[in-house]
Design a protein around this ligand. Structure first.
Ligand SMILES: Nc1ncnc2c1ncn2[C@@H]1O[C@H](COP(=O)(O)OP(=O)(O)OP(=O)(O)O)[C@@H](O)[C@H]1O
Ligand SMILES: N[C@@H](CCO)C(=O)O
Length: 311
């Protein structure tokens, strides 16, 4: 039996107004997916995990993309998938996406499929569909590529890595006593079907400012860009502490703050001008005011998915 082990990092999607477009991989957490396989008469996939995630093939974000790849290519094999969760689930940290990213990278290497990174993203999106009912591409793109990415097309999938020319650190406020079942699915149902032209313009300005800020290495543009008028506002009941945390992050001179993915975690970008300790101290107190216990994780930008042989 051949075996591959892949490691994929957590991610924060959206980055303000880049809903389903922008995402950032970070070193906060990672998932490992090990896949063992041997050719057989028919396709048979089993999943085991070290946490309470579903192990039905079509409901697990690691196994469903693997099934899709092997069916499309026409490979009959007996496949054992082991998911070792490191990214906490349902907290807006791209947990389902990290498993999907690791799984597609492992199966690609195991069967020498030579799929491009965009193909890996395409298949990993099935993992998100399995979990949330919609194949959002942003988390899986960041976990596969690493760094900060922009998904500029989904049909066909095209992901662009954004050159980052400003050095920053990452703080994540992670609520540890909130558990919302099918959180991303619910958060997507909260979104408006129509938006005003005014909000559309404001969001377009923010997204262009953020991308230009990263590329040109201009702090002020990144700060201006980390804003959203549509998605974060519609989902505010899921993270009522967010406006207060964002205000104090800006008060203590963070570069900016936004909701991490569909929440409830909050992403704060900092640099040497930021009073991080104050943000952490007052941010944790703010969470408590809302009866939420927040753990603060410091992280850096992470690289893309890595695959090795299992020994
Ligand atoms: N391999 C997997 N890893 C993590 N969650 C999984 C996996 N397979 C299925 N799930 C289910 O998906 C849900 C987590 O997905 P959800 O979209 O709510 O969170 P997330 O991926 O952490 O957040 P976000 O997409 O906002 O970053 C949980 O209910 C979990 O049981
Ligand atoms: N773009 C997705 C990311 C989920 O992590 C959403 O906000 O629903």
């Amino acid at each position: 039996m051949e075996c591959r082990r892949a490691k994929a990092y957590s991610s924060s999607a959206n980055l303000g107004s880049g809903f389903d477009i922008l995402s950032m991989a970070h070193t906060a957490f990672y998932d490992i997916v090990e896949i063992e396989a041997e050719y057989g008469k028919e396709l048979n996939i089993t999943v085991e995990a070290n946490s309470n995630i579903p192990t039905e093939i079509e409901k697990n974000s690691a196994s469903y993309p693997v099934k899709k790849i092997l069916e499309d290519i026409g490979i009959s094999a007996s496949v054992k998938i082991k998911v070792i969760k490191g990214v906490p689930e349902g907290l807006g940290l791209g947990s389902s996406g990290a498993s999907a990213a690791a799984a597609v990278a492992a199966i690609n290497d195991l069967f020498n499929l030579n799929l491009s990174k965009n193909d890996l993203v395409k298949y990993a999106m099935y993992g998100e569909a399995a979990v949330t009912g919609s194949p959002h591409p942003d988390n899986v793109a960041a976990s596969i590529y690493g760094g900060v990415v922009s998904v500029i097309s989904t049909n066909p999938v095209k992901v662009v890595e954004i050159p980052i020319n400003y050095i920053f650190d990452i703080l994540l406020f992670v609520p540890i006593n909130i558990k919302i079942r099918e959180k991303t699915k619910k958060a997507r149902e909260m979104l408006p079907k129509m938006v005003s032209i005014n909000d559309y313009v404001l969001n377009s300005r923010s997204i262009s400012s953020l991308i230009l800020g990263f590329v040109k290495g201009e702090r002020d543009l990144i700060r201006l860009g980390l804003n959203d008028e549509i998605v974060e506002k519609a989902r505010l009941p899921l993270f009522p502490y967010y406006p207060k945390i964002k205000n104090l992050a800006l008060k203590y001179n963070a570069i900016g703050a936004c909701v991490s993915g569909a929440g409830p975690s909050i992403l704060v970008l900092t640099d040497k001008m930021t009073d991080e300790n104050k943000i952490i101290e007052e941010g944790v107190k703010t969470c408590k005011e809302f009866n939420v216990e927040c753990k603060v994780i410091k992280a850096k930008l992470a690289g893309g998915v890595l695959v090795e042989r299992c020994y």
